[in-house]
Design a binder for this molecule. Sequence first.
Ligand SMILES: Cc1cc2nc3c(=O)[nH]c(=O)nc-3n(C[C@H](O)[C@H](O)[C@H](O)COP(=O)(O)OP(=O)(O)OC[C@H]3O[C@@H](n4cnc5c(N)ncnc54)[C@H](O)[C@@H]3O)c2cc1C
Length: 386
Amino acid sequence: MRQRIAVVGAGPAGLTCARVLHRHGRAVTVLERDAGPHARPPGGTLDLHEELGQAALERAGLLDRFRALSRPEGQAMRILDVDGTVLRDWQPRPEERANPEIDRGQLRDLLIGPLPVRWGHGVAEVGPPTRGGVPVHFTDGRQETFDLVIGADGAWSRVRPALSPATPRYTGVTLVETSLDDVDTRHPDLARLVGDGSLAVYGVNRALVAQRNSGGHVKVYAQFRAPLDWHTDPARHLGLSPRAGVDPADAAAVRATLLDLFAGWADPLLDLLRRGTAFAHRPIHVLPPGHTWPHVAGVTLLGDAAHLMPPLGAGANLAMAEGAELAEALAAADGFDDLDAAVRAFEKRTWARAGRWAAITTAGLERLVSADPAQAIALFDEVQPS
Ligand SMILES: Cc1cc2nc3c(=O)[nH]c(=O)nc-3n(C[C@H](O)[C@H](O)[C@H](O)COP(=O)(O)OP(=O)(O)OC[C@H]3O[C@@H](n4cnc5c(N)ncnc54)[C@H](O)[C@@H]3O)c2cc1C
C-alpha cells in the first residue's frame, strides 16, 4: 500500500522535499496556507551554498536551471564605514559559484514546477497520531489523515506542537525592511553604491544592509537592538528625541524614526532609507539552538519549523538540504516500518548539522549588531574567501 505523505508549507523546505519525492515517482500532498503562489510578496534574495542549497537542487534535477537564473555577481560584498569610507570591497572571481544569489520568487517557481500544491489549506493542528494515521486539522474545520506529516511550515509552525513545546524567542534585534525599484534608472547613485551584490554598514548596535535582487530591485534592511515594542515609545526604547509612538503601518513615521536612529551616517547611506517605499517590520526570533524532540512516528519537521535561527545565510540552505535528504530517504524506504526508520535516522543527522549552524548564526548576530562595530568587520574577514 502506498504511504500517504503530507508536506505542510510550500517554502524552500517543503517544496524541495516534495519536488525530490516527485522526481522519485512518490505521491506527496503539499498543503499551503497562502491562497496562491503570488498571494504575498515573495521576499528578497537568497544565497544558495554549493554544499547545501545547490546540492539540494541537484537532487531535485534543477541545478542547471538554477545556474541559468541565479546571479553569481550577487556574491559581491562591500562594507562601508558610517561616514561612507569603503572598508572592504570583495568581488567574486568570474567562475566563483560558491554562493550565487537567486530571488526567492524565482526559486519558489523553479521548485513548484509540476507540483500540485493545494493552496489555501491552512493547517490549524496535527495529531495526535492514531493507528489509522496522523490527523491534520485545517483552519476551516476539515480534517484529513496521512501516514507521515512533514512540518515545513516555518517559524510559527502549527505542526511543531505535536512534537515539541518549544516556541521562538525574540533575539533583541529587529529588522525593518524597505525596497527600491528600478534603481539603475531611478536611483543610479544608489545602484552604484550598492553594486552588484550586498552593501553593509555597521554602527553601534545598529547596521544597514542593502542587497540587489534581479530586475533592478534593491532590498534595504535597517537592523537595530531594541525591545519588541520599540515603536510604542521610540524615545525611551531607542534613545531618540521625545516623540509619539509610531504606527508600524505609517511609512512616513517609520522612515522619520529610522532617519533619527541613523542620524550622523553619510547622506548617501541615509538615502537608502529616504527613498525606500513601504517598511516591513521583521523582529528576529529564534528557536533554542540545538532544538530536538522525542521521535514520534508519523510526524517530523524541516527547516525553520525545526530550527529557526538568525537570518545569516543558512536558514533556506538548511531547509532545502533537509527537504532533499528526507525525500531521498523516504523514496528509498519500503513499507511503514522502513519509513519510520528513515525519518528517525534523518532526524538524528539533521539535528547535529542544524545545531552547528544555529550556534554559528547566533554568535554571528551578536557580532554583527553589537556595541563594537569592529566585531562585524572581523567576522567578515574570518568568513570571506580572500
Ligand atoms: C531578511 C531575511 C533574509 C534571509 N536571507 C537568507 C539567505 O540569504 N540564505 C538563507 O539560507 N536563508 C536566508 N533567510 C532565512 C530563510 O528565509 C528561512 O530560513 C527559510 O525561508 C526557511 O524555509 P522554510 O521552508 O523552512 O520556511 P518558510 O520559508 O517560512 O516557509 C513556510 C511556508 O509554510 C507556510 N505556512 C505557514 N504556516 C502554515 C500553516 N499553518 N498551514 C499551511 N502552511 C503554512 C507559509 O505560508 C510558507 O509558505 C533569510 C531570512 C530573512 C528574514
